[in-house]
Design a protein around this ligand. Structure first.
Ligand code: GUN
Length: 299
């Protein structure tokens, strides 16, 4: 296959995310100018998980770059559940805060479910509250989790109308797998959710026109599990030993063997990853507009 033919197959999430962030920036400018509204995102980090530190720093930087206010709250690893609940309640009541994100994972003494349940669903820009999960399940208009929303945007950008497509979602987490499946049902796909107990997984994969892999297992899906001409969205971000004393990031799909088979595939890194923060900014603007009862500006 020529380099050009394989380039056309790569779904460039990094470029799409940059475009989405620019559109969000335009919307933020319009909200300020027309309504005096300045959307704000509060991110809460408890403890010192190095990966979370990087995510939180990037979220704050991109929030400011889009022209929004960023409120960062860093709490010590010994923070009690009650103290974190108190902070969430304070952010719920703060009119300058349009969106709240409590970075996961949390230290063992704090129950994530209790924290998520306390976030005002109207400010739940992660889309993790059961109210938003329920609205997604019944086709309502809540806030949708950022990673599956980003996956859907990439699929629609590449394929246009998804109706009638056979979609396989590999993974059943509340953060990616389940909301992804609901979003695809909403697009009139025929959806299967596969997981660690699925029988004949390779055959299930081979039936799919759209394959979304979100299991967190490096290179779990080889090229010969993929239907020729399928579109593959790889949500996995797995750090593996590169053999030279260094590490590298790989997806759940074996990119090299998949590339000649697919019509389109997201790379790791540079595929789904950058879409997650861009969708977080999108959700923050949406939340701010709804809180103020104004239309989302067209951008
Ligand atoms: N940790 C890793 N990804 C996420 C995310 O999307 N939201 C939150 N709150 N924590 C995370």
């Amino acid at each position: 296959m020529s380099d050009r033919a394989s380039d056309m197959r790569i779904i460039d999430g990094k470029a799409f995310a940059a475009g989405l962030r620019a559109r969000v920036g335009t919307q933020v400018g319009a909200l300020k100018e027309r309504h005096g509204i300045e959307p704000g995102l509060a991110v809460v980090l408890v403890g010192e998980n190095p990966a979370s530190e990087v995510y939180v720093r990037n979220k704050a930087k991109q929030t400011r770059a889009a022209g929004m206010r960023s409120f960062e709250h860093r709490l010590p690893p010994t923070t009690s559940q009650e103290a974190l609940l108190a902070m969430v309640r304070q952010l719920n009541d703060d009119p300058d805060v349009s969106g709240i994100l409590v970075q996961l994972p949390l230290p063992a003494q704090i129950g994530a479910d209790a924290i998520i349940a306390t976030i005002d669903p109207a400010k739940d820009v992660d889309g993790f509250h059961t109210t938003n999960a329920g609205l997604l399940a019944v086709g309502g208009d809540g806030l949708v989790p950022c990673t599956p929303l980003g996956c859907l945007m990439l699929l629609k950008d590449r394929l246009g109308d998804l109706s009638g497509a056979r979609a396989l979602v590999l993974g059943r987490s509340n953060i990616v797998g389940k909301p992804m499946a609901h979003l695809l049902v909403r697009e009139s796909c025929t959806v299967t959710i596969a997981h660690s107990r699925t029988r004949d997984l390779a055959d299930e994969c081979r039936r799919a026109d759209i394959l979304v892999a979100a299991v967190g297992r490096p290179h779990m899906v080889p090229g010969d599990w993929i239907r020729p001409g399928a579109t593959v969205i790889d949500v996995g971000i797995n750090r593996i030993d590169a053999g030279n004393g260094k590490t590298r990031l790989v997806g759940d799909v074996d990119f090299e063997s998949a590339l000649p088979i697919v019509a389109g595939i997201t790379p790791v890194p540079g595929g789904v990853g950058p879409m997650t923060i861009a969708c977080l900014l999108h959700n923050t603007v949406l939340a701010a507009c709804r809180q103020h009862g104004v239309e989302v500006p067209v951008a």
